[in-house]
Write a protein that binds this ligand. Sequence first.
Ligand SMILES: NC(=O)c1ccc[n+]([C@@H]2O[C@H](COP(=O)([O-])OP(=O)(O)OC[C@H]3O[C@@H](n4cnc5c(N)ncnc54)[C@H](OP(=O)(O)O)[C@@H]3O)[C@@H](O)[C@H]2O)c1
Length: 316
Amino acid sequence: MGKTTAQYIREYKWSNIFAMIRNNAKAPKRCTDRFDGKCVLITGASSGIGYVTARKYAAQGANLICVNRNRDKSEKLKLELEGEFGISCSYFIADLSCLAEVVSLSNELAKLSYPIDLIIHNAGVYLTRRELTPEGFEKVFAVHYLSSFIMNYILMDKLMKQDRARIIMVGSEGHRFAAWGLRLDDLNWDKRRYSGLKSYGSAKLAQLLSMIIFKERFQGSGLTINTMHPGAVKTNTGQENGRFYRWFKRTCFDRALKSSELSAEALYYLGVSREMEGVSGAFYNLTTREEPAPPALDRELAGELWKHTLKITGLA
Ligand SMILES: NC(=O)c1ccc[n+]([C@@H]2O[C@H](COP(=O)([O-])OP(=O)(O)OC[C@H]3O[C@@H](n4cnc5c(N)ncnc54)[C@H](OP(=O)(O)O)[C@@H]3O)[C@@H](O)[C@H]2O)c1
């Protein structure tokens, strides 16, 4: 079942780490084409990167479908985007840590009579303490990985019939924290010590592994899927954690972080630019293509994870 940690370590290339450090300092490529009348679905558009990205797409003429968990924030965002940019913005309310809600949302989206040109899986959480959802899944894994998997899986028939739709998953260089790979027998961290970095790294690694199989499934249809790291930017991430964490983040981390406008610029380039036409299965640091860490390239593990996910989500 996948490779061993020792095999991954042998495959690690220092040159990739140095490239990542260099790329972290680069500005994203910009796309100046407009996206008038296209339909863009963004999850977690109520805050941080998702919010700024929704504004960027609306400013370029796209109509939006926002998937958020908070109704008041969604209504406010709809009024703001429609009023300021004259586009149409609808929203769906769903808690993306709840699989039943994600399945029902995806089924509704699959029935839409119009195309969804671009999906941006952006919603995410960072938790310093393990939390299980009422359905029994570790929350970070459910929000980042299971929700995007379910949406892609249920929507793929619709998207593959369309003309060159794109999917972008907001991943992270943090997948490199999961240097040992994924433990399919302990995705909930029952057997190992939990930490925020480890669970976050694993969830982002799982996303990258699912991309391998989705890319194969989409082959020849025109539908593409890519994953990007949005930079280290100042957002509301981590608000669910304790007072000490929030103080530490505010006083230490936030000062060093960049503006989420950079992430939005990169997400616009990856979603719209002609250079990205037909590109699929790739990982980007903003808009620079990178080779992800060895566990994220393990095809055998990706296949096992795919089968396991279909089983635990009931999609099989
Ligand atoms: N910030 C960075 O430097 C950085 C670096 C690498 C990757 N990322 C990734 O970027 C993405 C966006 O994060 P961010 O930094 O912009 O954080 P953020 O400001 O906390 O935004 C997260 C968004 O996800 C939504 N969300 C969280 N849990 C949800 C749930 N259970 N159901 C539905 N929506 C949910 C939040 O909704 P509410 O508004 O209701 O809270 C919010 O809209 C994440 O995938 C994160 O892992 C960020």
